[in-house]
Design a protein around this ligand. Sequence first.
Ligand code: SF4
Length: 402
Amino acid sequence: MARLSFQDLAFSDGKAALDIRFYTHYRCSIPHEDLVPLGPYTVEPHAVTFPRLSDARASRRFAALLEKAFSYLTNTVTGKRTVYVHRNSGIPLIGSGAFGIIDRGTRVLEMKPITGCNIGCVFCSVDEGQRQADFVVEADYLADEARKVIAFKGAPVELHINCQGEPLLYAPLAYLVARLREDPLVARVVVETNGMMLTPTVEDRLIQAGVSQFNISLNAMDPTLARRIADAPYRVGTVKATIGRLAKKVPVMVTPVWVPGLNDAEIDGLVAFCKEHGVACALQNYLEYRFGRKAGKEKPFEDFYAELRELERRHGVRLILDFKDGFFGKGKALPKPFKKGDVVRAEIVCEGRLKGERIAASQGRAVSVMKCPKEHGQVVMRITRSKHNIYVGTPVRSQPGH
Ligand code: SF4
């Protein structure tokens, strides 16, 4: 008899298939007919038992079925198909702007365990409408690769868990934080969240795991406008209460995006709210991104800073924060194997988030290949972006296998 147990998988036997939940928000299934050759089986929430198979045989055959099922993994929050990035996936964690680790040459490293959000801010730099797929990264893979990057940097670092989406949707977030905190060079861990999923239990678990600070994006005080901005049933009262509660436990920074013509009338109230709760307010100037949502016109930075100075004077608080100090100062940057203009041959490892995009791997880096003509195999491309070890390429005309 073989009893296969899985901590991160939850099973339930459906009418036509064995339904599988992974990291709470991801779903896939194994059709009953594919399980027939393995003989009878029984299902528990985190285990499947095959009475007629040996451990080795059951493990091998069930692993093959799981692998096939995971190729149809779906994010139940966004409804998008999802790529599971794990240590045996062949997908490097450095090189993509969407998932993994980003090193911008400072002592701050960005950790991106998932994509996908529970709301849809009208100014979001990632227009989810243009994204066809999501990513979710194995917690241990991310923690182990982060440790290698930190060892290379050789100095204390601050880790920012800031996703193309909402990090609280990552079920093993506390576990990931605890794993990251095992490295004595990790001085601080900051979670950047919209705050909607924080509850006393969740935040206590995260703080206990090692979160040093929460950055919360509150963009309006008025409930109707806040909902309009979130483009979702957003409860501003709950988020405000969360900030007040959290501020008594750990440092909190409120990070409103100031969109000209949208939330101008809210800014004074936001600054006053932060002052009242003794939390930092880091107003952000709305910027238009090529693949982001368009919510208004960008304000020139000199005008933005002039308005911040005026707000500082009126409220008697500091709003212009110098991020070049401390961890944001210069750090040892990871080597960059490619530069813009290089022609690179890489192995396609999975689809990308945008239509026609594939992720290819070469020299330990992931490269986003736009308008990729192939789904599998090798691709030859010219690198069109290499900033901060984030690589984008476009295929050159002649391709291997063509
Ligand atoms: S909370 Fe952040 S990731 Fe989610 S939609 Fe808003 S800006 Fe985008």
